[in-house]
Design a protein around this ligand. Structure first.
Ligand SMILES: c1cc(-c2cnc[nH]2)ccn1
Length: 246
C-alpha cells in the first residue's frame, strides 16, 4: 500500500511511522510512505501557502494552488488511482470499519491542513473523503494522518505476528478488549484472576469474552448496540451484569 501525505510538515508523519509495527511494515515493503510539501509548489521568494480569509475573521486559510499542485504531483508519482482523504474536525468519524475500507485501497493521499483550514474550492475539487479522529481541534491534520497510517498499516497482510493479530482482533469484532495480566501473580497492587492461572483454556476464553462484553457494556454501550449478540454472549453479559450489580 502506498500512502502520500500532503503537509507543510511531511516529516512529522514519517517520524510517527518509523517505529514498531508501522516501521516494520515499511521495512517489509508492505507500506510505502511519501511526503509532499505544498510550500515546494508555492511561487515567488515568499513561497506563500496561506492568505487571509475572505469575509474577515482570525487566522489564515491555505491557498488552493500549492495544495492542488502538491496533490497532483503525488497522484502522478504512481499510476494507481489514489483516494484523497482530508483530515479535519468537519469529517466523518474514523472507525475500525472505515480503517478496514481504507486499508483495502492500493493508494491513499492524506491531505493535512494547518491554520484555519483549506480553501473550500480545493476540498470540493480534489478531496474524496473528509475524516475526523475525534471532536477536538488539533494544530493540524498531521497527527490524524499518522493515526490513519498506523491503523491501515496494521491491516496489511504480513504486518502483524500472531500475538499482534490476536490483540488486533479484539477491537476488530466491535468489542473492547478484556483485561490483561502478567507476572507476578501476587503484587501489592493486587492479584491475577484465578481463572487465568487455571490452564483451563475453555474457561479462560469464556472469562475473556465475558470481560470484553462487560467492559463494552459499562464503557461503550454504543458499541454494544451495534452488536447482534448471540445467545451465548447474552448469557455471558447477563452473568457479568449480575456480578457487577450484586
Ligand atoms: C482530524 C483532524 C483534526 C484537525 C485538523 N486540523 C486541526 N484539527 C482534528 C480531528 N481529526
Amino acid at each position: 500500500m502506498r500512502v502520500d501525505v500532503v503537509s507543510l510538515f511531511p516529516e512529522f508523519v514519517a517520524q510517527c511511522a518509523a517505529f514498531g509495527v508501522v516501521g516494520r511494515a515499511q521495512e517489509r515493503g508492505l507500506l510505502s510512505l511519501h511526503g509532499w510539501n505544498p510550500r515546494d509548489y508555492a511561487p515567488g521568494n515568499y513561497r506563500r501557502v496561506d492568505d487571509r480569509p475572505f469575509g474577515g475573521g482570525p487566522g489564515m486559510v491555505m491557498l488552493i494552488d500549492p495544495l492542488h499542485d502538491a496533490i497532483e504531483a503525488a497522484r502522478a508519482a504512481d499510476p494507481r488511482e489514489a483516494k484523497v482523504v482530508y483530515l479535519t474536525p468537519q469529517g466523518a468519524r474514523l472507525t475500525q470499519a472505515k480503517v478496514r475500507e481504507l486499508a483495502a485501497h492500493p493508494r491513499l493521499i492524506l491531505l493535512c491542513g494547518r491554520y484555519e483550514g483549506v480553501d473550500e474550492r480545493l476540498i470540493e475539487a480534489e478531496v474524496d473523503e473528509e475524516l475526523s479522529i475525534g471532536d477536538y481541534v488539533l494544530s493540524g491534520g498531521e497527527l490524524a494522518a499518522a493515526v490513519v497510517v498506523d491503523a491501515v498499516a496494521r491491516l496489511q497482510e504480513g504486518a502483524l505476528n500472531d500475538a499482534e493479530s490476536a490483540a488486533q482482533d479484539s477491537f476488530e469484532h466491535g468489542l473492547l478488549d478484556c483485561p490483561h495480566y502478567t507476572r507476578p501473580v501476587e503484587h501489592p497492587l493486587g492479584h491475577v484472576p484465578e481463572v487465568l492461572l487455571s490452564g483451563n483454556h475453555a474457561e479462560i476464553a469464556r472469562w475473556r469474552r465475558m470481560e470484553s462484553l462487560g467492559r463494552t457494556w459499562l464503557r461503550r454501550p454504543d458499541l454494544l448496540d451495534e452488536q447482534a449478540l448471540g445467545k451465548a454472549d447474552r448469557a455471558l453479559l447477563d452473568a457479568f451484569r449480575a456480578r457487577y450489580l450484586q
